[in-house]
Design a binder for this molecule. Structure first.
Ligand SMILES: Cc1cc2nc3c(=O)[nH]c(=O)nc-3n(C[C@H](O)[C@H](O)[C@H](O)COP(=O)(O)O)c2cc1C
Length: 380
């Protein structure tokens, strides 16, 4: 199958990846109500078609946090990407750099921040607050030293939400024997992945935090360690601690409520990602896109506003911009593309997003993404 859209990459990833990893990427928490809403609410927004305007010149680039993005798009942090494609985070970082958009490296990436920075473009770095502050301090110093321009501080995961699909697939909660059997079966039935990732994609550790993990050999052991070490005591005051250790822009990721957005401004964040973690945390909360307008009204001029969750096309990107985002981030779309065909597939996926955004701009009469506003939407 030749992929034309994000849903095609999803299907290709479903075929190529071991079940545990596909379900881990694709799934959400509990009944997956919020996961569904993220996509459905974006789909339900109607663009306003406008015609007979000179749309010869389109401006798609934006300036944000001291950087120029050639598209108002970024790749959200996705954990364990090195299990979906060989040294997956480096492949994604290269594809993002080629497209002129930021790649944000997860705290729990398989590739370390050093390995990703060695591609030539230091990534934005995503931080989970772990209890071991000494280690966190060192990690921030490493990312800073390597030139990461922006810190993305994820605040919606003081505890991981339950993901039923991971239990059913045996990814979490399985005994060592069950996991070994499932892995062997997955290996036999997914030879492309086995050759690419299992054999040639080692080491399978969580590169940036490997030094802090005392026990465990499998990636799932690392995840279990991380889950036990999330710091639930974190408050806005801890942003001061982060700032003491990070003198570049800080983006808070995982806010859905205007009150929290105001607190983020008061705490001195330079950016905010309106996000529900792709429907992987508190199921039943509203979609990111439906939360965005109120947050834009509350704080839109006080910091750089981004959103993620459910963005599957360039048309969706324009909807996000119209409702107040400076750029829209995507998580699953690049993870699917990575699983489907590595860096070339992520590049093509980003090309597709660019082409779709161009069509959406031309047919809504928007020739500069910076001017995208609610007038592009048919909100009746
Ligand atoms: C497989 C997977 C792993 C993720 N890992 C992280 C992570 O390590 N850190 C983080 O801040 N967000 C993580 N997220 C959330 C994404 O950054 C992003 O908020 C979400 O995927 C956006 O929704 P979308 O997948 O619909 O684009 C992850 C999401 C997925 C699907």
């Amino acid at each position: 199958m030749r992929a034309a859209s994000v849903s095609d990459y999803r299907e290709l990833a479903r075929r190529r990846l071991p079940r545990i990893f596909f379900e881990y990427i694709d799934g959400g928490s509990y009944a997956e109500v919020t996961l569904g809403r993220n996509v459905a609410d974006l789909e339900a927004i109607a663009l306003r078609q406008r015609v007979m305007r000179d749309m010869t010149d389109l401006k798609m680039s934006v300036e944000t946090l001291g950087q120029t993005l050639s598209l108002p798009v970024g790749l959200s942090p996705v954990g364990m990407a090195g299990m979906y494609g060989r040294r997956g985070e480096t492949q994604a970082a290269r594809a993002a750099a080629a497209a002129g958009v930021p790649f944000c490296l997860s705290t729990v990436g398989v590739c370390s921040v050093e390995e990703v920075a060695a591609t030539g473009t230091p990534p934005w770095f995503q931080l989970y607050m772990l209890k071991d502050r000494g280690y966190m301090r060192e990690l921030l110093a490493r990312a800073r030293e390597l030139g990461s321009p922006v810190l993305v501080f994820t605040v919606d995961l003081p505890i991981p939400g339950a993901r039923y699909r991971d239990i059913r697939s045996g990814f979490t909660g399985a005994s060592k024997l069950e996991a070994a059997l499932a892995q062997a079966w997955d290996g036999i039935t997914h030879p492309g992945w086995t050759w690419d990732v299992f054999v040639h994609g080692r080491p399978h550790t969580l590169g940036s935090v490997a030094g802090a993990v005392k026990q465990g050999g499998r990636v799932t052991d690392f995840l279990a360690w991380i889950a036990r070490n999330f710091d639930r005591s974190v408050t806005w005051k801890d942003l001061d601690w982060v700032r003491e250790n990070w003198d570049r822009p800080i983006v808070v990721k995982g806010v859905l409520d205007p009150e929290d957005a105001r607190d983020a401004v008061r705490a001195g964040a330079q950016g905010l990602v309106v996000s529900n973690h792709g429907g992987r945390q508190l199921d039943g909360v509203r979609s990111s896109i439906s939360a965005l307008p109120k947050i834009a009204d509350a704080v839109g001029n006080d910091l750089e506003l981004f959103m993620d969750g459910g963005v599957r096309s360039g048309l969706d990107v324009l909807k996000g911009l119209a409702l107040g985002a400076k750029a829209c981030f995507m998580g699953r779309p690049w993870a699917y593309a990575l699983g489907a065909g590595g860096e070339p597939a992520i590049r093509k996926m980003l090309d597709t997003i660019r082409a779709e955004l161009a069509v959406a701009m031309i047919l809504t009469g928007c020739n500069d993404v910076r001017a995208a506003g609610r007038d592009l939407l048919d909100l009746d």
